[in-house]
Design a protein around this ligand. Structure first.
Ligand SMILES: CC(C)(COP(=O)(O)OP(=O)(O)OC[C@H]1O[C@@H](n2cnc3c(N)ncnc32)[C@H](O)[C@@H]1OP(=O)(O)O)[C@@H](O)C(=O)NCCC(=O)NCCS
Length: 194
């Protein structure tokens, strides 16, 4: 049975980025990413209405770490304190050594390969260090940038599920991408564990 110990919080360093734990100081960026209509276009969740809600969100995320239920990293450039985005492995299916990835990057940082880089190292951590066997990413069918990030990191489309997600009175489709450990090891996407 998968039973990870997520503390101490595993900071990850990549060539351009530091992936670190979220703190109260990240409330403005989290609020923007969780309320801006452009950011939320493909993330079908109720937008945050206040900084208090974003602070509660950060608290919930950090409780998940304490309780070994999921990890969310804030993404920073080297030497910078402000986060550019977040990336997470969560919704662990412990019996099946399975986790889900989630991610978002503020618009001024998009299209520069930062999320692809962050994802590459988070996958290595999830599979090499945590010893998960599969990862899944659920996406909006129209979220082509997200599909590209997943495909670039060795994920393959596994399902197009029709109208499985109800949000604000509309049923939306989901495209799910999967990554399996043996294939990842074979396809050259494997990198050394952090
Ligand atoms: C999804 C997201 C994280 C991608 O971030 P990003 O900075 O664009 O990621 P990267 O630069 O690492 O890679 C994106 C790739 O998709 C491509 N891309 C961007 N927009 C695209 C589009 N509309 N159609 C096709 N490809 C697109 C980029 O050119 C890039 O390709 P490359 O690797 O060949 O250069 C970002 O768009 C985002 O935060 N969106 C809002 C939140 C969200 O949708 N999260 C995902 C939920 S599943």
């Amino acid at each position: 049975m998968f039973s990870p110990t997520l503390l101490p919080f595993p900071q990850i360093v990549t060539p351009r980025l530091v992936l670190r734990q979220l703190t109260e100081a990240d409330v403005p960026q989290i609020f923007f990413m969780r309320s801006d209509p452009g950011m939320m276009q493909h993330v079908k969740r109720p937008p945050h209405q206040s900084y208090e809600e974003s602070l509660a969100f950060i608290t919930m995320i950090n409780n998940n770490v304490d309780e070994n239920r999921g990890l969310t990293w804030g993404i920073c450039q080297h030497g910078q304190k402000e986060i550019m985005g977040t990336i997470a492995i969560w919704r662990f299916d412990n019996e099946n050594y399975r986790g889900e990835v989630g991610y978002q990057l503020m618009p001024q940082w998009q299209g520069k390969g930062y999320m692809t880089e962050a994802m590459h190292h988070v996958i290595a951590f999830a599979l090499n260090t945590l010893k998960l066997h599969t990862l899944v990413g659920h996406t909006d069918p129209e979220n082509h940038a997200s599909h590209k990030v997943l495909r670039s990191n060795g994920f393959r489309q596994e399902a197009h599920t029709r109208q499985d997600y109800l949000f604000e009175g509309v049923f939306y489709d989901t495209i799910s991408f999967g990554l399996v450990l043996p294939e990842w090891e074979l396809t050259g996407t494997k990198i050394a564990a952090q």
